[in-house]
Structure formats: structure tokens, C-alpha cells
Design a protein around this ligand. Structure first.
Ligand code: TIU
Length: 225
């Protein structure tokens, strides 16, 4: 067991039982011309998370620990995309519309791919999800929770984008299922810096109501120490 300096209390990382979770580091959110940009967002705001996630991936891979990537995307026929999600607002392009990286947020299109800098390695889990949270509607045989339990995973370390949307939703879902959750502050990002700050504060308030938070520097130093 390794103690990671964290807020509001240190996190006890259990080797082999702790999965690194990388939420939605897809071209559709991080690159121009994708879903994130279609909503009017400045995608460069997410780039600060890439190097910290790469460093965490390297640490997990060097130790042979489990890694789980998620992708927010829909079936090509959009049967898993509720009209309430597709039709709301006035985006420049809607989910399923053709864009410069293929059809927006559709599985198998270039935009739905994870960015090359963080590409999954052989054997890592890649979970396609139609919603914000990683436990809902993933159509995994048996379900993600059951697969994690089966693999003996009790601890989840969260990274990815965006902090207050898919990362926060997934961490809340995980907390309700009994996982010990840590979010890595510099390995997550938002289009809205203020929302990132407040989301992190909400997650760790009230004595760690959803989990705790640390930085990649603190986490990697503790692993190497
Ligand atoms: N728009 C936004 O901030 N996020 C999403 O729609 N999905 C994720 O957070 N991945």
C-alpha cells in the first residue's frame, strides 16, 4: 500500500487493485472541429491535462496495473442518443452530423478516437459510453461494475475531461458503487477554469464526500519513493 498526499486526507493506493481511469480524451473534445468545439468551446483549455495523463499512464504501464479508457460516443444509427441530448441548444453541428473529423461523437469515426498522445495500449480496457457517467448504458456484457469487481479493482484514480461533466459524473457513480476515488487535479481539465476549480472543491468537501484529490507530481513521487 502506498500513501498518496491528498486532500482532504491522504489516499491509500492499493497496488494492483487501483485502476487509472482516463475519461474521454478524444479528438472530439480536444481538437478543433469536434463536438466540444461545436458547442462553442475553446478546446485549447483541455490541453494542460495531456502531459500529466501521459506520465500517469507510463507509471501504471511500468507496473502492469490496470488502465481503463472511456469514450463518449453513439452508435451510427444514434439509437442510444436521446433526442434530449441531440436536439438541445444551438450547436454549430449536432451529434451525428458530418464534420471535419467524421460524424460528431459517433463510434468508429476519427473524432471519437482517443488522441494519439494517449492511445490505449494492448490489453487496456476501452469503454464506449453514450452518457456522461462511465457506469451507465455501456452495454458491456455483465456491466462495468461487475467487471471491475471481477478483476479485484477497489480503487479508481480519475483523470480526463471535462472535470465537471464526464469526470465528475463518473466519479460520483463510482463513489455510489463503493470505490475509493481519487481525482488528479492537473490531469483533468475543463473548458471553464472556474468550473474545474469548483468541481474539485465540491468533490472533496465535507470530509471527502465523493473522494479526494492530489496532483500528478505528488502521486508519482509517492509511487517512486
Ligand atoms: N461538453 C463537455 O464539457 N463535456 C462533455 O460533453 N463530455 C465530457 O465531459 N466528456
Amino acid at each position: 500500500m502506498t500513501k498518496i498526499p491528498a486532500r482532504p486526507f491522504d489516499y491509500t493506493l492499493t497496488p494492483g487493485r487501483t485502476a487509472l481511469v482516463v475519461i474521454d480524451m478524444q479528438r472530439d473534445f480536444v481538437e478543433p472541429g469536434g463536438f466540444g468545439a461545436s458547442l462553442g468551446n475553446d478546446v485549447t483549455r483541455l490541453h494542460s491535462a495531456i502531459a500529466p495523463i501521459a506520465a500517469l499512464l507510463a507509471a501504471w504501464r511500468a507496473r502492469g496495473w490496470p488502465v481503463l479508457h472511456t469514450r463518449e460516443c453513439h452508435r451510427p444509427d444514434l439509437s442510444d442518443c436521446p433526442p434530449a441530448k441531440r436536439e438541445r441548444g444551438e450547436p454549430s453541428l449536432r451529434i451525428g452530423d458530418p464534420g471535419p473529423m467524421g460524424r460528431l461523437l459517433v463510434a468508429g469515426e476519427p473524432g471519437a478516437d482517443i488522441i494519439p498522445a494517449l492511445a490505449p495500449a494492448a490489453g487496456e480496457w476501452v469503454i464506449d459510453k453514450p452518457g456522461k457517467g462511465m457506469f451507465w448504458g455501456t452495454c458491456l456484457p455483465g456491466g462495468l461494475h461487475e467487471r471491475l469487481l471481477g478483476a479485484g479493482i477497489t480503487h479508481l484514480v480519475f483523470t480526463g475531461v471535462t472535470t465537471e461533466v464526464c469526470v465528475q459524473t463518473s466519479m460520483r457513480e463510482a463513489n455510489d458503487r463503493g470505490y475509493e476515488c481519487l481525482i488528479v487535479e492537473d490531469a483533468t481539465a475543463s473548458y471553464f477554469p472556474e468550473f474545474k476549480r469548483v468541481a474539485l472543491a465540491m468533490l472533496v468537501a465535507q470530509g471527502g464526500i465523493i473522494g479526494c484529490s492530489s496532483t500528478s507530481r505528488e502521486l508519482l513521487a509517492a509511487l517512486e519513493g
